[in-house]
Design a protein around this ligand. Structure first.
Ligand SMILES: Cc1cc2nc3c(=O)[nH]c(=O)nc-3n(C[C@H](O)[C@H](O)[C@H](O)COP(=O)(O)O)c2cc1C
Length: 188
């Protein structure tokens, strides 16, 4: 069985970001994935201290709920990010998670290597309240693409879901398009 690790970046475990991942999981299980959802809002993940301990020791100096996630990320065949927009950017909870991925980047003698584990597919779903957010927030998507690309993940399906609410997000054409893109990606 292939593993998909799903990161719900919202502090809300039953919000739109989670609902988007549930819809993706239904599709992914039909494609042979076992999906695990991580609700960042239920975890205690401190912000990166910027101490660079990880560069000398190959692991983060902070031992908190991020610690088990490193192995889960490395072991996954696909990684899905579902992220709400806060003030025109990814929310801080998710950004803290991203910053802590710095511990998976080695830089020895000027040579940069990443420890992101298995080759993976990527899925990035951004959602927001604004009705025109699909046109406004491409910069966030480009940024999240670049983060995944920096870890060697280049095969990415993505979508921005505007005017999101947990009750209506399933009916969003933008979510349907994202799932269609994912299923096409899996068929290649
Ligand atoms: C602090 C805060 C800031 C927000 N800023 C924006 C914003 O700049 N643009 C936008 O379209 N929606 C914004 N929203 C709305 C959320 O992006 C939207 O409700 C999202 O669907 C929440 O996802 P969730 O249900 O998974 O928590 C903001 C919400 C909060 C709580």
């Amino acid at each position: 069985m292939k593993k998909m690790l799903m990161i719900n970046g919202s502090p809300r475990s039953s919000g739109s970001s989670a609902e988007i991942l549930r819809a993706v999981a239904e599709s992914a299980s039909g494609k042979g994935f076992v999906c695990e959802m991580i609700n960042l809002g239920e975890l205690r993940i401190s912000h990166c201290k910027g101490c660079r301990y990880c560069k000398a020791h190959g692991k983060c100096v902070i031992d908190d709920d991020m610690s088990p996630l490193y192995g889960k990320i490395q072991d996954a065949d696909a990684i899905a990010f579902s992220v709400p927009v806060y003030f025109g950017a990814e929310n801080g909870l998710f950004k803290n998670f991203l910053d802590r991925l710095y511990a998976l980047i080695d830089n020895k003698d000027g040579t940069r290597t990443v420890r992101f584990g298995k080759e993976k597919k990527g899925i990035v779903a951004v959602n927001c309240g604004a009705p025109d957010g699909n046109m406004t927030y491409h910069g966030i998507m480009a940024h999240l693409f670049n983060v995944l690309k920096s870890f060697g993940v280049t095969d990415i399906s993505s979508g921005i879901v505007p005017k999101a609410s947990p009750e209506t997000v399933r009916g969003s054409q933008f979510l349907k398009d994202l799932i269609e893109a994912f299923e096409f990606q899996m068929s290649l």
